[in-house]
Ligand binder design. Structure first.
Ligand code: MG
Length: 295
């Protein structure tokens, strides 16, 4: 395992790692876990608890009151405003993906200028659908992300998606230091295999030598993928009820915050520490927050 902390002038510098929390997603429902936050008020409260537990980036999908996926900019605005009020400095990331959304509406909230937005660069099979990201749609969304000065997080569900990202960079639609997230463990997409993370990471560093990166393990794969990422010096880890509603096989997570607490312990077990909001912004290339807004 690479030792990521370093020693400078006799002082051990411990690497800060960003903890991202994906609070809701487009799939889990209250019947799967009653702690899944659905309304904007629930989402803000759940995010605040996760922030206080150590998360510095929130990945947001919004839902209608019947729990179905929504692209309503007013809901995105309500969550963004609440998070900015109650979680000073936290990176706000909107999803431009999500099952059950009209593709033409997936970028409709970007004019709200969140700090970051997720961007998938290719299509992939999911358990029951094709997650469709054709090139014209991807380029349109990348163009809007760039237009509004938002930092993209490139979502990689397949090796070819890295080459899709490279083509976006060659066209000037994303920069040469993207933040990349590998997603492992979705049925019909990439399985959660450690050697696949190595292959993906090697290819990502070949195409984008200065990229930052993270990895998300879905469902029961969450904790082990996080450990693999931390062992390889990931800049961030991802947790949250979007990806996994359980703490153990037989026990549901009580909240997003409980999952974040487990992520904090994993970060510390690997000899790192959780990033502060300002550090998270610096690490991932987001705009800084004025110091007087940081607690
Ligand atoms: Mg998502």
């Amino acid at each position: 395992m690479a030792v990521m902390s370093c020693v400078l002038a006799g002082r051990k510098l411990v690497k800060p790692v960003v903890i991202a929390v994906a609070i809701t997603g487009s799939v889990p429902r209250k019947r799967d876990n009653p702690a899944v936050p659905i309304t904007p008020a629930e989402q803000i409260e759940s995010t605040q608890q996760a922030y206080e537990a150590g998360a510095t980036l929130v990945h947001i999908h919004v839902r209608d009151d019947d729990e179905t996926s929504s692209s309503d900019p007013e809901r995105f605005a309500a969550v963004k405003t609440g998070v900015e009020k109650h979680c000073p400095g936290m990176i706000v990331q909107f999803s431009t993906g999500g099952r059950g959304r009209d593709p033409g509406q997936r970028s409709s909230a970007l004019s709200l200028r969140p700090d970051m937005a997720s961007l998938s660069t290719g299509s992939v099979n999911f358990p029951t659908i094709i997650y469709e990201n054709h090139t014209i749609l991807v380029e349109e969304m990348a163009g809007k992300i760039k237009e509004f000065g938002i930092r993209p997080e490139i979502e990689i569900f397949d090796l070819s998606h890295l080459h899709g990202a490279r083509r976006l960079a060659d066209k000037g639609l994303i920069d040469d230091t993207p933040h990349i997230q590998f997603v492992l463990g979705i049925v019909n997409a990439l399985p959660a295999e450690e050697r696949l993370l190595d292959i993906l990471l090697k290819e990502a560093k070949h195409l984008f030598p200065t990229c930052t990166w993270t990895a998300a393990g879905i469902g029961r794969h969450q904790a082990k993928v996080m450990a693999w990422a931390l062992a390889r010096g990931a800049d961030a880890v991802r947790t949250g009820l979007e990806d996994n509603v359980r703490i153990e096989k037989e026990r549901l997570a009580s909240s997003n915050a409980e999952l974040v607490e487990h992520a904090v312990l994993a970060v510390e077990r690997h000899g790192h520490r959780t990033a502060t909001p300002q550090e998270a912004r610096m690490l991932l290339g987001c705009r800084p927050v004025p110091m007087d807004q940081i607690r």
